[in-house]
Design a protein around this ligand. Structure first.
Ligand code: TYC
Length: 107
């Protein structure tokens, strides 16, 4: 049986650049809100536990929220942002504090 010779084989190259098939998921900010009751040290502990911050980072974020009313902590996919905000808010609630974390889509 004859096989097709190399000379007659055609290899077509796409004329246009292929579009990437993946898109980055939209990101959501987790925001810490200030309140008058939650102890500063407790806020620092929650930031370290839920957002894996070190003492310095957690202290800086806590003080920014304390002075300015709110502070963006980090951005995550929607699910992760909502879960972390809920977890952190629940930690405060479990100790009777009004500590609150919210989420908002990144522009
Ligand atoms: N304002 C609180 C206090 O003076 C401390 C605090 C800081 C609470 C940041 C919440 O997001 C917060 N005890």
């Amino acid at each position: 049986m004859a096989t097709k010779s190399m000379a007659t084989k055609t290899v077509e190259k796409p004329r246009t650049k292929a579009k990437p098939k993946v898109q980055r998921p939209p990101l959501y900010k987790v925001i810490l809100l200030n309140d008058d009751f939650t102890p500063r040290e407790f806020v620092v502990q929650v930031l370290k536990a839920v957002f894996r911050m070190n003492e310095d980072e957690a202290h800086r974020v806590m003080m920014t929220a304390h002075r300015r009313g709110a502070c963006v902590i980090a951005v995550f996919t929607r699910d992760v942002a909502e879960t972390k905000a809920k977890e952190a808010t629940e930690l405060g609630k479990s100790q009777g504090y009004p500590l609150f974390f919210t989420t908002e889509p990144e522009e």
